[in-house]
Design a protein around this ligand. Sequence first.
Ligand code: CTP
Length: 421
Amino acid sequence: MTATVALPAEARVYLVGGAVRDALLGRTPGDRDWVVVGTDAAAMRAAGFKTVGADFPVFLHPLTGEEYALARTERKSGRGYTGFVVHSDRSVTLEDDLLRRDFTINAIAQGDDGALIDPLGGQRDLEAGVLRHCSPAFAEDPLRVLRAARFMARFAPLGFTVHPDTLALMRGMVAAGELAHLVPERVWQELKRALGEAQPSAFLRTLRECGALAVVLPEVDALYGVPQRAEYHPEVDTGMHTERVVDMAARLAPGDAAIGFAALTHDLGKALTPREVLPKHPMHEQTGLAPLAALCARLKVPNAETQLAADACREHLNVHRFDELRDATVFDLIERCGGLRQGSRIDALALVCEADKRGRLGHSEADYPQARALLACRDAALTVQAKDVMREGLEGPALGEALRKARIQAISAARRSFSAA
Ligand code: CTP
């Protein structure tokens, strides 16, 4: 049911964008977006549609709450992805509206009768697996460089590639400095969504191919070309390793961008290793914290994601060599990562560390018992509560110390039973 009852009588309405694309791909469509032609804003309002924003002629359907946009054209009037002159009146056709869109696969419309209107060859590109820009106006919106990369993270597993002409346009946009006009929130939003897709490495590769990775994520771009020891990292290159880790994180924790972000940034310190000590990376867990903080501040990464990334950066080697840690060190690690207050932070940390270990060439199916051991220790520590150690006269720091000791003992017992099992 399209619930078109409330539309102005003269209007024609089409489903457009992601909903049509996803249905053709056999994927579950997300939000439905509609385009309306042959009417105007006043008639839409009179029919009960609610205005959404001042900048675009977009309305909410009074019954379904879905977005209905008047067909429009846009002309660049400033820099960045804002600064457009929007034109929408009864003379704007469906074809005009489709032409202003980003990719041909997003520019297919579907009428009430189910017929597809596809003047730009979107179906052909869907079948061929090609991300191709609709028109040279693509270059007017720098956000589309990130969107291209994000769609690649989603569709690369289906064999998609970016059309060479589109890639050339993207290179030109980057070279012209257009990406400098993106606000941090939008960059983070696209990065976050890309990390939640099936193959985030394709996001990194696409950005790198057009030079955008060095602009939006210079700390990650700097990892390419940095060697690691081949006996531990058969893939050698730290950028290649990072690509594998983000893909592994997407496999182990599908759709979890916090885990993806921590996977992406856990080795940032390796870009700072002095040349003379390569391919070793002593202290990279510590040196990685400063570039991570810079990246998070620049993109305004939310607290939860920032914290997990910092925990993973600082602790991933400790978790890898979990068996060598003393019981008290295990306790301190769990406490440092906030695992006593919020146990789920340890689950997330364990997953990032597992993605790191299995994100190495030839190790993707490796077992990672350290994760199980870490979680067992977290559980053991949490079985002991303050009331269990409370005695007459015990308070303040002394109570805290007694609780710490009891929890370390619980960890010790858990590790013994764990290694005996
Ligand atoms: N669009 C565009 N340029 C942008 C943003 C959006 O051309 N910078 C157009 C595309 O036609 C897109 C539609 O607006 O299909 C809806 O945008 P959005 O909801 O962001 O994307 P979807 O294609 O629906 O993709 P997703 O599945 O990621 O939501």
